[in-house]
Design a protein. Structure first.
Length: 247
């Protein structure tokens, strides 16, 4: 009897450079090492039944990746999913899992919005945070915010405003005692895809450097406090608790 599980997993460190094309192979190798009864598709080139709802751009970090796995036989999730997590490369860890009941909505329908995080290095953090705060307010108050997306097949103009649900900039201490600027934004997943690079383009006027890291924090449903994560139901805040992060 087959079973389906939905998992939330990370993609950090060196695994940020694994392409979407290679991702399936990485998971198939991990499933073989963990010796789990993953189901396979039929046909001339059968592949493991592991599906990913949205590809993450190369070099982006993430604590909010999701997948659905179909097993050909029942598993013991507390033991077997932990074994699968340990079989994945460093930087890829399973954070949460949920057994899929019969009649459950598709995973993509549960991932209505994404909480993104843009992090700048600790240089002039207070000034940058204040600038981003002003620009964010202007952006949320606007009716449209067009940016040019450069592509190999030609430039394309997109309006990022319809995708924006919430945005906030704040300053946070680092382990070394310096301060850094963190911008968090909740963006819709339906409609045209808007990435942190598009958001940065909408905020800068040539005076805001590229962030040191773009990270997908979690996916789920937008709430006033931030984003309710799809599998656990916990809320990831739009504004981080400075004291908690410093601790």
């Amino acid at each position: 009897m087959s079973q389906r599980y939905r998992i939330r997993w990370t993609k950090e460190g060196r695994t940020r450079y694994i392409s979407a094309r290679d991702l399936t192979s990485v998971w198939e190798r991990a499933l073989r090492r963990a010796d789990l009864p993953i189901a396979y598709s039929e046909g001339f080139t059968p592949h493991a039944k592991v599906s990913f709802p949205d590809a993450l751009p190369v070099s982006y970090g993430s604590t909010g990746e999701y997948a659905e796995l179909t097993f050909a036989a029942p598993i013991t999730p507390e033991r077997d999913i932990a074994r699968l997590s340990s079989s994945l490369p460093d930087g890829m860890d399973i954070l949460t899992y949920l057994k899929v009941p019969d009649g459950a909505p598709k995973l993509a329908r549960m991932l209505r919005a994404t909480l993104w995080e843009l992090i700048w290095p600790p240089v002039d953090a207070t000034e940058l945070t204040e600038l981003l705060h002003r620009r964010s307010d202007e952006l949320m108050a606007s009716d449209a915010a067009e940016v040019i997306r450069h592509r190999p097949d030609g430039d394309r103009t997109i309006d990022v405003r319809p995708a924006m649900l919430a945005i906030a900039a704040s300053t946070h201490p680092t382990a070394g005692g310096d301060a850094r600027t963190v911008l968090r934004a909740v963006l819709r997943n339906d409609g045209p895809t808007v990435r942190p690079t598009d958001l940065h383009a909408a905020l800068t006027r040539g005076d805001i450097a590229e962030p040191a890291l773009n990270r997908r924090v979690a996916q789920g449903e937008h709430v006033p406090e931030g984003l309710r994560e799809a599998l656990s139901g916990t809320v990831d805040p739009l504004v981080l608790d400075v004291d908690a992060e410093a601790a």
